[in-house]
Design a binder for this molecule. Structure first.
Ligand SMILES: [Zn+2]
Length: 167
């Protein structure tokens, strides 16, 4: 057991640092949006962005889509509980996303070891706003993953002259 704890201490030396200000994650800094166990990550993200309503709508929409197409594979729902899948699908596309890392932590008595998921952002508050918008957008999208890519023909681009705030 002593050897094990010594091993854990050694891993703690390689603890993660904030990509923006280099503060060790264990000390916390304004860029650390969240530091939780993996199993709580998705739920906490949805709570922190206050997007529970949008999240439920998105889950229902995707369920209906699957029933309509008759397609279903377990992997498709990974994003509802797996932090890396959630990150790929909803966080990485956001401009305020700063990074996702895992850090090994032990409790004060050395008996509560586990991996924490760290989410970084230059401005976590803006990241949460963006996440809620993204959940809302995807909850209204009839075909997930098939975004319009023809910029010149999108409604947003055609309003460019009239309202710069849309950009
Ligand atoms: Zn920082």
């Amino acid at each position: 057991m002593i050897c094990l704890i010594a091993g854990y201490r050694k891993t703690m030396i390689t603890q993660k640092r904030c990509p923006f200000c280099q503060t060790p994650a264990v000390m916390g800094c304004p860029h650390l949006a969240i530091a939780v166990e993996g199993r709580d990550f998705v739920r906490r993200c949805v709570e922190l962005c206050q997007g529970q309503k949008q999240w439920r709508a998105l889950a229902e929409l995707r369920q209906r889509q699957r029933q309509a197409t008759g397609e279903w594979t377990p992997e498709r729902d990974d994003y509802t509980w797996l932090e890396t899948a959630f990150c790929e699908e909803f966080l990485k596309p956001l401009s305020w996303f700063g990074g996702l890392e895992h850090e090994w932590r032990i409790g004060p008595k050395g008996n509560q070891a586990g991996f924490l998921v760290l989410l970084w952002s230059k401005d976590p508050r803006r990241l949460w706003w963006q996440l809620r918008d993204e959940l809302e957008r995807q909850a209204q999208e009839p075909f997930p993953g098939k975004r319009r890519k023809v910029k010149g023909q999108s409604p947003r681009a055609s309003r460019r002259d009239g309202d710069l705030r849309l950009l």
